[in-house]
Design a protein around this ligand. Structure first.
Ligand code: DX5
Ligand code: ZN
Length: 214
């Protein structure tokens, strides 16, 4: 699945920007609070407004402190998937339960240096594992190849039946790096600048899909 990130879209035209990627699988919505990451974007009221008009299901990535306070609201508003950061959660299982009760898939995100093994038990309660391939906070950064072994390990755990999850990569995904991520076993690819930085986002999505399948 390809999930364009609105972080690289024109913030004055969010509805039109969602329509430009109508053939994407998920639309990635990066929520930043200026505390968990050193940047600030948009929050629940903007998500609710976009949810009402977006032709693509929303994939909300909460880069915020105290995610348990806010994550259920995104699920109740109609998000397809709501992802919280492991580093920000005191009780990830409780957050997953609340997200699912709100009607969304529950995702757990790991920063590049956060170990997967530490979260193997709690991942049984999640539907999506988001592996950051840049430090969260900004679009347009370079893909960190050193994270690929974590993607491989996640794929192996899914393929051997130990976990049942989407394996999502986020950060620096473009026509080149998507091949490495796909080869390592990712099945959801977030791409911000590679989609919205292109003249034709729909063509960029098709090209990414082709490269991921190559
Ligand atoms: C970074 C965000 C990403 C970002 C990716 O903190 O989580 O979703 O939009 O942007 P690119 O694809 O440009 O690296
Ligand atoms: Zn993101």
């Amino acid at each position: 699945m390809i999930a364009p990130s609105l972080l690289s879209a024109d913030f004055t035209r969010l509805a039109e920007e969602s329509e430009r990627v109508a053939d994407a699988d998920w639309l990635h919505f990066d929520v930043m609070d200026g505390h968990f990451v050193p940047n600030l974007t948009f929050g629940l009221p903007v998500m609710q407004a976009l949810q009402a008009v977006s032709p693509v299901p929303l994939d909300c990535h909460l880069m915020i402190e105290n995610p348990g306070r806010w994550a259920p609201g995104y699920a109740e508003a109609g998000a397809r998937n709501v992802t919280v950061h492991a580093e920000a959660c005191t009780d990830p299982r409780a957050v997953a339960r609340d997200i699912r009760a709100g009607g969304a898939l529950a995702g757990l995100a790991l920063k590049p240096e956060t170990s997967l093994d530490h979260y193997l038990d709690v991942l049984h309660d999640f539907d999506t594992l988001l592996i950051m391939t840049v430090e969260p906070g900004f679009g347009g950064q370079s893909f960190i190849e050193e994270v690929l072994p974590k993607v491989r390990r996640a794929r192996q755990l899914v393929d051997t039946g130990h976990l049942s999850l989407f394996v999502e990569v986020d950060g620096g995904v473009n026509g080149d790096t998507i091949e490495q991520a796909a080869e390592a076993g990712a099945d959801v690819f977030v791409a911000g600048s590679a989609v919205y930085g292109a003249d034709d986002p729909a063509k960029a999505i098709a090209a990414l899909r082709a490269r991921a399948a190559a």
